[in-house]
Design a protein around this ligand. Structure first.
Ligand code: PM9
Length: 459
């Protein structure tokens, strides 16, 4: 008998209408946007898979929580609610709110990084590395080799390569490593998880050399699901328990609440060390706001607190991963090159394999994202050479092995029917892939260029 179907663990209470455009309209829109999907107007997008960041649908309880926001300038009730949620679910005693994840990255980078220091991590993330470099630090990629190979089927492809980590410590000395940065999951590798065993080992090595461990916990809930699914001994543990154990191996975390926490804005820094707390409170007033609001309204703090309790519900997390797979498996069945295994928040098209006729310096992933938009109004994001930016030492492009287009699934927003539309469009493009041409960059901003760079098609 066929498998019993599972449905969304929620009902839809409010809807937002979206508009399908004509191909001519989309061709004009992408031209006007300089072939950069970040520069499109959202009204011209039919299915928006640009990012899962701040694009979640909030629950009725979160909307109710908004009404309870305490908008006092200082000491608001909503702040204490957020602090309690972080303490209860994440297990860190101290929290400093920020307007979003990069606000927290800014604070910890200013507190711990000095020129000439090294920050090892499991593959770079754009904003994280930008903040490391702005403080004069150097990011060193110590992820396992397979993470750079889109086709390598490894259950915990986000793991730190412990030998690479020890080699770096031996080479530069522990005193020049302010912290080890572990991303859960690894966004740029395809939403790939880190095993509990690896987190334990990283903690052990860090303790041996007296180095701090800092997690980028942005999508740690999805990481907890993969541990529950794949790591021996965790099948009978709840997501909330696994999540709490993961966090126990870190000295602190940076957090973009716009992902796991199911809110449209918000983030925080959480930690165990009262000295770091004090420094973070001193800095947050300069850059974000009082330590009891950190650039957020009281209602935002309330919504994030409520989201923190909802994000670790087992049915929700299982559904989330299942929907990402629903899309990915359709593409795999059609022989389309995607990053494997299918990750937690997105399906990543392997643009090098999809468009082998376009050299990396002609931006194949950027071109593919633009072509997808023109075909169906689906907006995706380039995660390749444009996102990687330039090497500050040489000034040349960084040329990552992974040249990807990310189809990122917002939380609780789209149905499987939307995924069918996306899958159809990707398959259609694949059948006509020889017609897609490379691009030339005509405007390049100095930092985080992918957000606002502009391109023109090559003839
Ligand atoms: N991630 C994303 O779309 C939004 C902006 S970058 C295109 O994937 C990690 C792992 C992230 C992340 C944002 C941030 C920064 C830190 N770490 O965007 O500042 O994926 O809240 O968080 C984005 P904020």
């Amino acid at each position: 008998m066929e498998q019993r179907p599972v449905a969304e663990p929620y009902r839809i209470k409010a809807v937002e209408m979206v508009r399908m455009t004509t191909r001519e309209e989309r061709e004009a829109a992408i031209r006007e946007a300089g072939y950069n999907t970040f520069l499109l107007r959202s009204e011209d997008v039919y299915i928006d898979l640009l990012t899962d960041s701040g694009t979640s649908a909030m629950s009725d309880r979160q909307w109710a929580a908004l009404q309870m926001g305490d908008e006092a300038y200082a000491g608001a009730r909503s702040w204490f609610r957020l602090e309690k949620a972080v303490q209860e679910v994440y297990g860190f005693p101290y929290v400093v709110p920020t307007h979003q994840g990069r606000g927290a990255e800014h604070l910890i980078s200013r507190i711990l990084i000095r020129p000439g220091t090294y920050i090892p991590g499991n593959m770079y993330f754009t904003t994280t590395r930008a903040h490391i470099e702005l403080q004069g630090g150097t990011f060193v990629d110590v992820i396992r080799d397979e993470a750079h190979d889109p086709a390598a089927e490894v259950p915990f492809k986000g793991d730190i390569d412990l030998r690479k980590l020890e080699e770096l410590i031996g080479r530069v000395g522990p005193g020049r490593i302010p912290y080890i940065n572990v991303a859960l999951t690894v966004n740029m590798a395809g939403g790939q998880p880190v095993s509990m065993q690896n987190l334990r080992e990283v903690r052990r090595i860090a303790d041996k050399y007296g180095i701090r461990v800092w997690f980028d916990a942005t999508r740690a809930v999805e990481n907890a699901y993969f541990i529950q699914e794949r790591e021996p001994g965790y099948q009978d543990r709840s997501i909330r328990e696994i999540f709490r154990e993961m966090m126990s191996y870190a000295d602190g975390i940076t957090m973009s609440g716009k992902k796991d926490c199911l809110v449209n804005i918000g983030g925080f820094l959480a930690m165990r060390d009262p000295e770091i707390l004090q420094k973070a409170r001193e800095l947050v007033v300069v850059w974000e706001g009082m330590p009891t609001y950190g650039g957020l309204a009281g209602r935002d703090l309330e919504a994030m607190a409520q989201g923190i309790y909802e994000m670790v519900e087992d049915d929700w997390v299982a559904w989330r991963i299942r929907q990402v797979r629903y899309l990915g498996e359709q593409l795999l069945a059609a022989g389309i090159p995607i990053v494997r295994p299918i990750g937690g928040h997105a399906v990543f098209l392997d643009a090098k394999a999809f468009l082998p006729h376009i050299p990396q310096d002609h931006f194949p992933a950027q071109a593919l994202a633009a072509a997808l938009y023109v075909d169906s109004g689906v907006r995706a994001m380039e995660r390749g050479i444009v996102s990687a930016g330039r090497d500050p030492q040489t000034g040349d492009h960084r040329r990552p092995k992974l040249e990807l287009v990310r189809l990122t699934i917002p939380r609780r927003v789209y149905t499987d029917r939307h995924m069918d539309v996306v899958a159809y469009s990707v398959k259609h493009l694949y059948a006509h892939r020889d017609q897609i041409k490379g691009l030339r960059m005509v405007y390049e901003p100095p930092t985080l260029r992918f957000f606002t760079a502009r391109f023109e098609p090559l003839e």
